[in-house]
Design a protein around this ligand. Structure first.
Ligand code: HEM
Length: 225
């Protein structure tokens, strides 16, 4: 245990933890977004998909057990992602005790600030989102096990649909900056590589954002009812 803590002291290790947990969280949002698209196939498909998630690992594990293990893994990834982000920010501040007061801020400063505020917005969104669509106590007409109904009744309200659209757009920016700087940490930089990694980061962020946004938009426009 002690050697892990010792190893984690280096900024490189913190960056590695940040990147690894970022990849795990990225994998989660990508699969969550794809799963949500089942709403376009109708109530049976998306409700069966949600039930299928609870049956993962059966018969070796009991109902919902693997899902709980995955949830704890996800929570640990979120915790470590935030911890390493916060510690790297502190290290950067210590390394640069004189502020940028009279200097022209660099693009990196804007990017890291966007990351910090974006991260906090996403965190608050996820807490609300869990109470809204998983627990259901801030949903006006929540029915356990009926994901289709819960989505349709939620997003028929333009305020809620708009809020989700804004939140997943913030997530899109976070993914874009996150992917871009992860490649930087991996040492993938240079004029040609920079252009490629920018396009790659934009493409992934746009795909994830549009995939998420399509659900509230389809419900709000009446395409799904
Ligand atoms: C328009 C966007 C989104 C929609 C329509 C949506 C929909 C849903 C629904 C219906 C559930 C409940 C599923 C069930 O009960 O089986 C859920 C759970 C969840 N969502 Fe989302 N989601 C969206 C965006 C996000 C984003 C951006 C994140 C994270 C950054 C996220 C994280 C989660 C988490 C952690 C759960 C709980 C999973 C579990 O414990 O089973 N969602 N979402």
């Amino acid at each position: 245990m002690k050697w892990i803590i010792e190893l984690y002291r280096s900024p490189m290790a913190k960056k590695a933890v940040m990147a690894l947990t970022g990849v795990i969280l990225f994998g989660f949002v990508l699969s969550h977004m794809t799963g949500n698209l089942k709403v376009f196939q109708g109530p049976e498909k998306i409700n069966a998909y949600a039930e299928g998630l609870r049956e993962l690992g059966k018969p070796i594990l009991g109902h919902g057990e693997l899902l709980w293990i995955l949830r704890f893994g996800l929570l640990a990834a979120v915790g470590l992602h935030m911890l390493s982000a916060w510690q790297l920010t502190q290290l950067n501040r210590k390394a640069r005790p004189v502020s940028y007061a009279k200097r022209k801020p660099q693009t990196a400063t804007y990017a890291s600030r966007t990351m910090r505020y974006g991260g906090v917005i996403i965190l608050f969104f996820v807490i609300y989102h869990l109470l809204h669509l998983t627990v259901g106590n801030v949903h006006v007409d929540f029915k356990h096990g009926d994901v289709y109904h819960n989505l349709v009744t939620a997003f028929q309200n333009p305020l809620i649909a708009g809020f989700y659209i804004l939140a997943v757009t913030a997530l899109g920016f976070h993914l874009y900056h996150g992917l871009w700087s992860m490649f930087q940490s991996l040492g993938w930089s240079g004029p040609r590589l920079n252009a490629f990694r920018r396009q790659f980061a934009i493409a992934f962020a746009v795909i994830v954002t549009l995939g998420f946004v399509s659900v509230p938009l389809a419900i709000l426009s009446g395409l799904i009812s």
